[in-house]
Design a protein. Structure first.
Length: 279
């Protein structure tokens, strides 16, 4: 690996995927004592440490990090990390986001409270996947496929993943409730207040929790989910735009068209005639 290693940063911005988005990948051999931060980012950042060691500072706590470990930088959180003075680390990092990132990280056992995982059994394989993403950074579908492979392997072998039936943190449970509710009720005239009523908690608190976990407001998520379903109907059926509007929860076709154009840059009919997902 030492011979193949080349430091670099690649801005990918594979952001058109709703569930899992990849914005950046990079790798670095850090000099002794190298320090980064304090800094606040708006996306999740994962570092995989190939060798060496260092320290992560998060929520006024210190977390020791060694080789074949992952450490997490949550969004909207003040974070600092520093390489060891005698064994500075070499790592690859990825910037990710998307609607399923919270779920994927939690299943792996990576949370704000447990931001470091040591992965001795599969560390080498995870590192190879990240190396492949670096080496193939111009190949969008290869990168996204490898990213899903990374999370599947991580979840399957994580030593700290939640046991089956184990209770989820309340805040993350509310986030999942919101997502599940929207998945089931998007075709109805729901709003943020009705979602909060379903969850049984204060609207402002729910909105704050959801934004913190996903990077999106509840309204943004609802709109994007509805537009996703609308695109599917426009692409796969001959249903009139008016009926598509009703099917995704908009009683006013004009309002639907306005929102659709704001999200895609085209009206629903123009988007359909232009070839749907081909544009």
């Amino acid at each position: 690996m030492e011979e193949e290693w080349q430091d670099g940063v690649w801005w990918l911005n594979f952001s058109q995927y709703e569930d899992l988005r990849l914005y950046e990948v990079g790798r670095q051999r850090c000099p002794a004592g190298y320090e980064f931060g304090p800094i606040i980012r708006d996306k999740y950042i994962l570092h995989y440490v190939f060798n060496g060691a260092g320290t992560l500072y998060l929520d006024q706590k210190e977390f020791a990090v060694r080789e074949q470990s992952l450490f997490l930088m949550p969004p909207n959180t003040l974070v600092r990390y520093q390489a060891d003075d005698t064994r500075p680390w070499h790592y690859i990092w990825i910037h990710i986001h998307g609607f399923k990132v919270v779920e994927l990280l939690q299943k792996a056992g990576l949370t704000r409270k447990t931001p470091v995982l040591w992965l001795s059994e599969v560390g080498v394989q995870l590192g190879e996947i990240l190396q492949k993403i670096c080496d193939c950074h111009e190949q969008e579908y290869t990168c996204m496929g490898k990213l899903y492979d990374f999370f599947q392997l991580l979840i399957d072998h994580s030593p700290d993943k939640p046991e089956e039936g184990e209770q989820t943190e309340p805040a993350l449970r509310y986030v999942q409730w919101v997502i599940d509710y929207i998945n089931q009720k998007y075709s109805e005239p729901i709003c943020v207040q009705s979602i909060a009523d379903f969850c049984g908690i204060d609207r402002s608190y729910l909105s704050k929790v959801f934004k913190y976990a996903t990077g999106y407001t509840i309204q943004e998520y609802l709109i994007q989910f509805r537009i996703k379903k609308a695109k599917q109907l426009l692409r796969e059926t001959a249903m009139p735009v008016q009926h598509v509007s009703y099917s995704v929860g908009y009683n006013d076709p004009f309002s639907f068209s306005k929102v659709f154009k704001k999200q895609t840059g085209m009206s629903p009919s123009v988007w359909r005639n232009a070839g749907g997902n081909k544009v």
